[in-house]
Design a protein around this ligand. Sequence first.
Ligand SMILES: Cc1cc2nc3c(=O)[nH]c(=O)nc-3n(C[C@H](O)[C@H](O)[C@H](O)COP(=O)(O)OP(=O)(O)OC[C@H]3O[C@@H](n4cnc5c(N)ncnc54)[C@H](O)[C@@H]3O)c2cc1C
Length: 419
Amino acid sequence: MTPTSLPSPAPAAGSGTDFDLVVIGASYAGVGIVAAAREAGFAGRIALVGDEAELPYQRPPLSKGFLLGTSAAILPLKGEPFYREAQIDLIAGRRTVAIDRPSRRVRLDDGSELGFGTLALTTGARAAALRCPGAELEGVLSLRSHDDALRLSERLGAASALVIIGGGFIGLEVAAAAIKLGKQVTVIEAGPRLIGHAVAPEISAFIHSVHAGQGVAIRLATKVERIEGEGGRVIAVICEDGTRLPCDLVLAAVGAVPNTELAMAAGLSVVDGIVVDEFCRTSDPAIFAAGDCTSHPNPFAGRQMRLSSVQNAHDQGRVVGHAVAGKEEPYRAVPWFWSDQYDVKLQMVGLANGGASVLRGSPEEGRFSLFRYEGKRLAAIESIGRPADHMMGRRLIAAGISPTPQQAADPAFDLRSLA
Ligand SMILES: Cc1cc2nc3c(=O)[nH]c(=O)nc-3n(C[C@H](O)[C@H](O)[C@H](O)COP(=O)(O)OP(=O)(O)OC[C@H]3O[C@@H](n4cnc5c(N)ncnc54)[C@H](O)[C@@H]3O)c2cc1C
């Protein structure tokens, strides 16, 4: 697609344009930064540079409504008028290839350069590569971008049997869509349960039973040995236990890798993400970073960590935008996340660390929450079909208020009385 630039054209190759703020990566975090900076009164020149050709768009629907055709082909985060009216130079379809810290310039893939007063990196993450023989065959796909989703959607239409490698959120959401499209679906998960890294065993078990009930074949504790092809096209997945799963489409949904190469080449500190402090500053005080590409000190986890969520990208973006406008505030947002599979809405708030769980509601009716504790502290709530618990959780956890386990377990107890 043709690179687009709003409202003023990208600088010609070899030329240089100076901006007070340059943001690299045009998605939730990048758009969050420029919107928050303007909202907070930042009047300087802003460039938002992204390597995708589209207007910055919503990523979560790509594994949900997009595949079913129930959401629009592309849902922009902001319409074109936003960039024009806020006077943001959106330079789309252009990759930033280098950062020169001493001269405060970045170089784009067409050779043009942008000078910056402040730089923000919001380069996000990419789908982790599948590492096994046959991963390069035609019909082995991954899902991160709109282009990936178009490819997957097109292939899915013609496919009869899909094998999904990875039983995490993206793999399971695609499984749900594929089942609705009438496909034969197998999910292979290396761990002992679905979404095991993110939710309590009870939630994994519930989600497992929903997928199994819909006809998804689930193989836990199973590793892929290789992918078999014929004429360059995938025809089967071979598991380490020798099982052969014939298929005509494979989705590799084995996690995400933060895009940190640019930061690393510029000499910034990178440890499983671009290392930032509580104000989202990198090891260079003139450079911020936000979103999936960062590793930040999270007050709810009590440690440095990387989060991959719309909430984190958007809220860190706000922190950076405000800081650029001179309103420095630490990042203290409560983490939350959601996933839609069939008609099931899973919502999570807070960060659990394996403590005791208290059940509220009824798994049999498909409406329940798990209140997860660290000692007496409510650390997280994971909800299925109980959005009110989730919303209350956001307030309670942010305020550091913990219902007793007895209160949490009693659906008649009004949690609002605590807030
Ligand atoms: C299919 C899918 C479903 C998801 N569902 C959910 C969900 O239900 N709930 C939820 O909370 N989260 C969900 N997520 C995660 C969520 O989308 C991400 O956490 C969020 O997009 C992170 O935003 P970001 O701005 O940090 O990075 P990204 O959205 O990854 O954007 C980074 C951008 O920077 C660009 N870029 C990278 N390097 C360069 C460079 N050198 N020069 C120029 N541009 C560059 C990238 O191409 C990309 O456009 C989902 C993700 C996917 C892929």
